[in-house]
Design a binder for this molecule. Structure first.
Ligand code: KIV
Length: 270
């Protein structure tokens, strides 16, 4: 009788090896146990418990009302539903735009709920906080470009880094976050050329959402790519449900296209 090795959860070291090997990384948002199990079975490597749950689960018009307690609740559900995928949890609005010490305190319940990494929005100004968390055992994913928690400051959900000065600032932000110890960086809504330039300037993987095909991996909001979220969708969202026989087949098609580097094509890029 042969004993099958138990599937184990993806670690930062595994992720680093895949990135070094030039493999594209597949991330998808996830808010509950059922979608966690389904996404993992379809090959998703990174489950992001995004504060986009404010929009797609709670019906809010922004991510701002989402609380730390709610993030912990959904993170725990995703953890229970999965066995292999790496779990990344968003720091909600107000939980990280404070001192490094308080941010650490706020990250603790997310890690205790099963996250392996927290994601926080912002550039160079977050570097000190990132350094503080990382040096105390909490892996951090940065998030630059269109940062939805700053929607009122940005004046809407707009593509970022379109002019030279903004592009340079974003590149500087990315380098500062990497130097502070961030393990990964989400790049949201920027020209594909900038997504590529930032990716090529870093050693850590970049995960794009509307940042072109040359980032190290991709992420989408699951309800968007299944075409079940309400309202107009951003250009970078592809409806993977079209022509798919099941939800799992749609997620598997997304995984396959990201791994092959065929998603996003120019149609879904800026
Ligand atoms: O909350 C979220 O879903 C996100 C993705 C858009 C990257 O941060």
């Amino acid at each position: 009788m042969s004993v099958q090795p138990q599937a184990r959860r993806l670690t930062l070291a595994d992720l680093g090896k895949r990135h070094q090997a030039g493999e594209k990384l597949v991330m998808l948002t996830c808010y509950d146990a059922s979608f966690a199990a389904l996404s993992e079975a379809a090959g998703v490597e990174l489950l992001l418990v995004g504060d986009s749950l404010g929009n797609v689960v709670q019906g809010q018009d922004s991510t701002l009302p989402v609380t730390l307690r709610e993030m912990g609740y959904h993170t725990a559900a995703v953890r229970r539903g999965s066995a292999q995928a790496m779990i990344v949890a968003d720091m909600p609005f107000g939980a990280s735009q404070i001192s490094p010490e308080e941010t650490f305190r706020n990250a603790v319940p997310l890690m205790a709920s099963g996250a392996q990494m927290v994601k926080l929005e912002g550039g160079e100004e977050m570097a000190e906080t990132v350094r503080f968390l990382v040096s105390r055992g909490i892996p951090v994913c940065g998030h630059i470009g269109l940062t939805p928690q700053s929607v009122h400051q940005l004046g809407g959900f707009r593509v970022q880094g379109k002019n030279e000065a903004d592009a340079e600032r974003l590149l500087k932000d990315a380098l500062a976050l990497e130097a502070a110890g961030a393990a990964m960086l989400v790049l949201e809504a920027m020209p594909a050329t900038l997504g590529e330039a930032v990716t090529n300037s870093l050693c850590i993987p970049t995960i794009g959402i509307g940042a072109g095909a040359k980032t190290s991996g991709q992420v989408l909001v699951i309800y968007d790519m299944l075409n079940i979220s309400a309202g107009k969708k951003p250009r970078f969202v592809k409806n993977f449900m079209a022509g798919a026989a099941s939800v799992q087949a749609a997620v598997a098609a997304y995984v396959q296209e990201v791994k092959a580097g065929t998603f996003p094509s120019a149609e879904f890029s800026y």
